[in-house]
Design a protein around this ligand. Sequence first.
Ligand code: SAM
Length: 226
Amino acid sequence: QLSQRLLAVADYVGPDEIVADIGSDHAYLPCYLVKKNKIKKAIAGEVVEGPYQSAINQVKQDQLGDYIDVRKGNGLTVIVPGEVTTVTIAGMGGPLISEILENGKDRLEGVKKLILQPNISAISIRSWLQENGWQISDERILEEDKKIYEVLLAERTKEQMDLSPSELLLGPVLIKNQSAIFKLKWEQELNQYKKILKQMQMAGQQGSLNQKKQDIEQKIKMIEEA
Ligand code: SAM
């Protein structure tokens, strides 16, 4: 059985989409999507040899070699423009996901949907999406094994999204829904930021800390307002 986290990613995949799962590790997500008959073709991309071998073995074990192509390479270099409709990137930090998207911009031609599941710092993904002609059409937040995960669905847009600083930090859809998990996540983050701020205050006024202090105060304000 797939994790709740990856199930939430899978849920956003529509019938007959062609999916590239980047950083696929065991290729659990593409294997699940094909086994459930949701899609007929997927690419599992991996840059590290160990996980790449795990993906190959899993696809072999599930006898899905005719449907899933396991490719070794960095980020989006494993696909050619126009090859897939959907890109999923899950289980990494937001900055790494944004870097993969930025470095592979030219490969995203023809891609209609991005399904992104950052473990931390979704803000960097939202900023990248906003600057690169994508709009966030849905977001989900869930808790599994005491960890909280966000899943973002983005589609191409003609008009640039115009997210406020708090929507960038907290998520335009999540902030509206105000689910219990969302509140729990931001209560935890708030406590964390307050702790850091206290430590900074104890460390005294140093030039380099000042900017960081202001950033954190700004975040605290946005979270409290939300
Ligand atoms: N996507 C799976 C999931 O959500 O369960 C696996 C997540 S695992 C924590 C992250 C995987 O991304 C690792 O297997 C790592 O090798 C791979 N990875 C990291 N950077 C990558 C990159 N630039 N291109 C392709 N794969 C990458």
